[in-house]
Design a protein around this ligand. Structure first.
Ligand SMILES: [Ca+2]
Length: 237
């Protein structure tokens, strides 16, 4: 079954989610605060370990030998429980939270959406539908969130009833404030447009004035016209 391109994000709570976008987003430039963001690094000490990610309840981990395409790299988890990590944030700073979402393992039950976690809140609940594991139909979703603590928990959950949604390539990047040089540049560009607009109005006004003035200065204009044929008729003068 083909997944809909439009994602419905249900917002829980308030204050931390300021904006949500759908597919085809672009990751902002800047440092990704999420570590092991593509879930490529793992160990089995003592259990499946995707540090600094932590998980509870259930986690299905797809590896390269499973021959299921990942959104990035060769590995990714199915969030049949909860997976999260704590990142260092600046209170009051806005961030772009972005990740690849691949639908739900169609062979599994799907009674829950994929919850997106930011801090203590569920900032979105993304409906999941079954897709073929051979073609997860990856697409990127992003959300604009604001931190209110120096440490923020970012994660995903399908608890309590569980589903098997696929996630990969998670990033949290600070959204830059407009710099002073950007503001100065914008002001200069605005001033230039205003100056050019005024200059064009003044130039048109002067042209209109000169056009109306030709009949009044017909003496000098006529003298120039009458002198030219004389020069042609008598080139040796
Ligand atoms: Ca990956």
């Amino acid at each position: 079954m083909k997944l809909p391109l439009c994602i419905i994000a249900m917002i829980f709570g308030s204050g931390s989610l300021t904006h949500a976008q759908g597919t085809f987003s672009v990751r902002l430039p800047g440092e990704n605060l999420v570590k092991n963001s593509s879930f490529e690094h793992f160990s089995h000490t003592p259990d499946l370990n995707l540090a600094p990610w932590k998980w509870t309840g259930c986690l299905a981990y797809v590896q390269d030998y499973d021959r299921i395409p990942a959104a990035e790299g060769e590995r990714f988890p199915m969030v049949c429980g909860q997976i999260y990590q704590d990142i260092v944030t600046l209170p009051g700073q806005a961030y772009q939270l972005r990740f690849a979402f691949g639908g739900n393992d169609q062979a599994q039950q799907n009674p829950e959406p994929l919850y997106v976690l930011w801090g203590t809140q569920r900032v979105a609940a993304i409906p999941v539908r079954g897709v073929s594991l051979r073609s997860p139909e990856w697409r990127y979703l992003d959300f604009q969130v604001v931190a209110d603590q120096a440490s923020t928990r970012v994660g995903f959950s399908s608890l309590p009833q569980q589903a098997f949604p696929m996630v990969d390539d998670v990033s949290v990047v600070a959204i830059p404030e407009p710099g002073i040089f950007t503001l100065i540049g914008f002001a200069l560009i605005s001033y230039s447009f205003i100056y050019l607009a005024n200059h064009r109005v003044e130039t048109n006004r002067r042209r209109a004035f000169r056009f109306r003035s030709w009949p009044e200065s017909s003496d000098s204009y006529g003298a120039c016209v009458s002198a030219f044929p004389a020069a042609v008729a008598h080139p040796n003068r």
